[in-house]
Ligand binder design. Structure first.
Ligand SMILES: Cc1ncc(COP(=O)(O)O)c(C=O)c1O
Length: 493
């Protein structure tokens, strides 16, 4: 057992008057144990060392240690000295907790912000870490080109220059931004250069930064209904007023949006593949949205989270590429193309927003991790990225078709499948009597991660449904999960 110096313990200031010193030491150590700062099994300094450090007699420290041993907080191990007891008796903890209000106490709720309370009341993902069948928005993790990726990481880790290891640019690593500008121009018809690109910790941080830079508390933002819960949360934390705007087969219903709030400060949209319903916004609707935003002076936040995977037809240009008024903020991510744990996404900013976003980033986490960005820049430049997308598009098209087939065969007409032609998930609408939340909870017990459509709604949903991801599951896993789903449905009705 290593014996720490007392400097590694929580600080103590002994009072010369009042309570005797051994009691003060008891209270100090007991408090640190019950509130979790000292852990079971952790060593404590010897009584001699602690006495020297605190400038008191060794007998005083030994008296305190003996008291705490008698109470069950400390134990002495032959040849190894004193340590925190491996098991702190529950009754001791309970007694201390209720009298002192220590760690684990049932307290009356204490003050947190109204925004945090609102956030806590929103539906939470019950299995955020699950990669089980149907988990939406997870790519085929087993098809990731690990060998190429690790070679690129090694290349940069081995020969990391001081510039790569020191503080970086809040906008991100320039070679990655250059590579992205080329990619987005070619594939998404985006109009930008590298100076407008900021690398972020995934799309989620990009949305957070949008909220911070563009919205004051109380400002209205149009949200797609149903829509992406991560965006709902990001704008809720900013204190924005979320205005739900319905989506139809062409995406956001602009007329209805104008009826609900004519002058939103911002509009959040997923035009390439509406999350979760899957609609692709048509050209007329895109023009209508850009014109409405220009008239109202609104920003448009375009979340282009999985546009790489369109199975039929030609790719549609991004809204950013159609925008002649520089009011679209484009959000992209590597989570669906590579893997979510990479935590790399990006923003394409109108030129006049570069300085405020840069300042907000500097105040938040300074800049993104540079080593990953350097490897990612090479991944793009050397063509691995484009190749991987091409392969995955074929794979997801097959998996999507397999899922639709299995649903039709095993569940039939009870599900209405919508927009199964792009991305990593589809939505199956349920008959009115079925509760999507209850079905999702029952399937969670079998490690099947079905997202309830109602969790994506700010208002009472007109239809309930299930969000079924197919990206990360093989065809046979999908068939097995559909069989389980069919059994749960049969037991539910
Ligand atoms: C619509 C939408 N936007 C953004 C994201 C988040 O991506 P990231 O992992 O980069 O935060 C997701 C993830 O599922 C999503 O569905």
């Amino acid at each position: 057992m290593t014996r720490p110096r007392s400097g590694l313990l929580p600080p103590i200031h002994l009072q010369l008057q009042g309570e005797p010193a051994h009691r003060q030491i008891c209270d100090w150590l007991r408090g640190a144990i019950t509130d979790g700062r000292l852990r079971p099994g952790q060593g404590v300094p010897s009584s001699r060392a602690l006495a020297v450090e605190l400038g008191i007699s060794r007998t005083t420290v030994m008296t305190a240690f003996e008291q705490l041993q008698a109470e069950g907080y400390l134990e002495s191990v032959v040849g190894a000295g004193t340590r925190i007891a491996a098991v702190i008796p529950d009754d001791v903890l309970d007694a201390i907790d209720t009298t002192r209000g220590g760690h684990g106490t049932q307290r009356a709720p204490r003050a947190i912000s109204t925004r945090s309370r609102t956030l806590l009341a929103m539906p939470q993902d019950s299995q955020p870490q699950s990669v089980g069948a149907f988990r939406a928005c997870i790519p085929a993790l087993d098809r990731f080109p690990h060998a190429t990726w690790s070679a690129l990481l090694r290349r940069h880790a081995r020969h990391a220059s001081p510039a790569l290891m020191a503080y970086g640019d809040p906008m991100g690593h320039r070679p990655l931004r250059d590579a992205l500008a080329g990619h987005l121009g070619a594939v998404r018809a985006a109009r930008c250069d590298a100076s407008q690109i900021m690398i972020t910790a995934g799309a989620q941080q990009a949305l957070q930064l949008c909220a911070r830079v563009l919205l004051d508390p109380g400002d209205a933002i149009w949200m797609e209904e149903p829509g992406y819960p991560g965006a709902q949360r990001a704008f809720t934390v900013a204190g924005a007023r979320l205005v739900p705007v319905p989506v139809d087969q062409h995406g956001l219903d602009i007329e209805e949006g104008l009826r609900r709030e004519a002058h939103p400060r911002a509009v959040y949209v997923t035009p390439s593949h509406q999350y979760p319903m899957g609609a692709i916004m048509n050209a007329a609707r895109r023009t209508q949205l850009l014109a409405a935003a220009t008239r109202a002076g609104s920003w448009i936040i375009e979340d282009d989270y999985d546009s790489e995977y369109r199975f039929a037809g030609r790719p549609i240009a991004s809204l950013q590429g159609l925008d002649t008024d520089e009011r679209v903020i484009y959000v992209g991510t590597f989570s669906k193309v590579l893997f979510p744990a990479l935590r790399v996404g990006y923003l394409v900013l109108p030129r006049d927003l570069v300085a405020p976003f840069r300042a907000a980033r500097d105040a938040a986490d300074l800049f993104p991790s540079t080593l990953l960005q350097a490897a990612l820049a090479d991944f793009l430049r050397e063509g691995h990225f484009a190749r991987h997308i091409g392969r995955m598009r074929m794979l997801y098209k097959q998996r999507c078709a397999a899922l639709v087939r299995a649903l039709r065969m095993q569940i039939g007409e009870r599900f209405e499948i919508v927009n199964a032609e792009a991305g990593l998930h589809l939505v199956a609408l349920l008959p009115p009597a079925l509760d999507d939340g209850a079905i999702s909870r029952r399937l969670a017990g079998f490690d099947i991660a079905v997202g309830p459509l109602s969790y994506c709604c700010l208002q009472t949903p007109p239809r309930r449904g299930l969000i079924l991801g197919y990206g990360s599951s093989s065809e046979s896993q999908l068939e097995g999960a559909v069989a389980r789903l069919a059994a749960v449905l049969a037991a539910t009705t």
